[in-house]
Design a protein around this ligand. Structure first.
Ligand code: PEP
Ligand code: MN
Length: 366
């Protein structure tokens, strides 16, 4: 009796090995089919084919398993092969640290953004309103050591009746002012058709929060080689933000800077809520530089210094802030832009005044 059990067990051991060999061979064949299907642009999952295989197996079944058991056993095998194919197809996202182990550094007119370089400061009006206004801000900022100048010419406004920006004329004004004072020019592009105009006049293409998932815009800007500043959408998760950046990298533009600008929450004391954990997370997950727009984050002048310190403390590579010669008469974002004197105080209180060209290590002791 014991002898019989021993011999049957030996037979089962042998059958197990043969089954394993057959399963492995089957998985290899399925993987080859999967790769060919992918090349043809077809899905790896073919429910009709799966049903045919199950029907054939049930028809060939001579027992002792019943039809349901045979089906469920083979379903498991099919599923394991599918999962194998999916794992093989999965690849590292280009924005992830798995795809690139060292930090991306974006160069804008000699200014290096990212890695251990000094935190940068992008400043300028919300919107370009006139030649006088744009020149006045550019002159003042340049005199304070700012090298990256912002100003919107195409404005994404909630209310269709509010100031929409000066358009192409505004863009040209911004360019002239930036050139006059040796500044790099950052401006928001809202439509893919305007890319040639922007490539001619701006140094950094800004994609605004409201356009973060405008995939045609992302694809067009991704095909450009101009640096891009990608704002986080007002209700976008960190994953969605990084996926939007992925579009840019996938199309070949590696000069991507992320910018957290606050998200919409239930809080009403601030216009948006600055998500500092998203800044830290984006730095952990991706190799791209990350900035914080402190103006739109809080929507409050009295928080600019604190939000700047918070952003830099969690590892931001720079800050964006809006400055206007006379915010009370600004055509957009009146409540949150700061005037020249307030900007001077801001530079002093944040440490940016003497540190614009020094290393972050010296700024907040990192
Ligand atoms: C801006 O920076 O001018 C702007 C409109 O910001 P956001 O897209 O973050 O709202
Ligand atoms: Mn604004």
């Amino acid at each position: 009796m014991l002898e019989k059990i021993r011999s049957l067990r030996a037979e089962i051991d042998e059958l197990n090995l043969r089954l394993l060999e057959l399963l492995s061979r089957r998985a290899e064949a399925a993987a080859e089919i999967g790769a060919l299907q992918t090349e043809l642009g077809a899905s790896q999952y073919d429910p009709v084919r799966e049903q045919e295989m199950l029907d054939a197996l049930v028809a060939a079944n001579r027992g002792p398993f019943d039809a349901g058991t045979v089906k469920s056993l083979f379903k498991q095998i099919f599923q394991a092969s599918m999962q194998l194919g999916q794992a093989a197809q999965k690849r590292d996202y280009l924005t992830s640290r798995a795809a690139r182990s060292h930090d991306t550094v974006v160069e804008v007119k000699g200014v290096l953004i990212g890695s251990r370089h000094s935190p940068v400061l992008i400043a300028g009006p919300c919107a370009i309103e006139s030649e006088e206004q744009v020149n006045a801000v550019a002159e003042r900022l340049a005199s304070r050591g700012v090298r990256l100048f912002r100003g919107g010419a195409f404005k994404p406004r909630t209310d269709p009746y509010s100031f929409q920006g000066l358009g192409a004329e505004g863009l040209k004004m911004g360019r002239r002012a930036a050139d006059r004072y040796g500044l790099a020019f950052v401006s928001e592009i809202m439509s893919p058709e305007l890319l040639p105009l922007f490539e001619e006049h701006v140094d950094v293409l800004q994609i605004g929060a409201r356009n973060m998932q405008n995939f045609d815009l992302l694809k067009a800007v991704g095909r450009s080689r101009q640096p891009v500043l990608l704002k986080r959408g007002l209700a976008a998760t960190v994953e969605e933000w990084l996926m939007a950046a992925e579009y840019l990298l996938y199309e070949g533009n590696t000069n991507v800077i992320l910018c957290e600008r606050g998200i919409r929450t239930f809080e009403r004391y601030t216009r948006n809520t600055l998500d500092v954990s998203a800044v830290a997370l984006a730095k952990l997950e991706s190799h791209l530089p990350v900035l914080v727009d402190v103006t739109h984050s809080g929507g409050r002048r009295d928080l600019l210094v604190q939000l700047t310190k918070a952003g830099l403390a969690v590892g931001a590579d720079g800050i964006m802030v809006e400055v206007h010669p006379n915010p009370a008469v600004a055509l957009s974002d009146q409540k949150q832009q700061i005037d020249f004197d307030t900007f001077d105080a801001y530079l002093e209180e944040t440490g940016y005044h003497t540190k614009l060209s020094e290393k972050r290590v010296e700024l907040y002791g990192f």
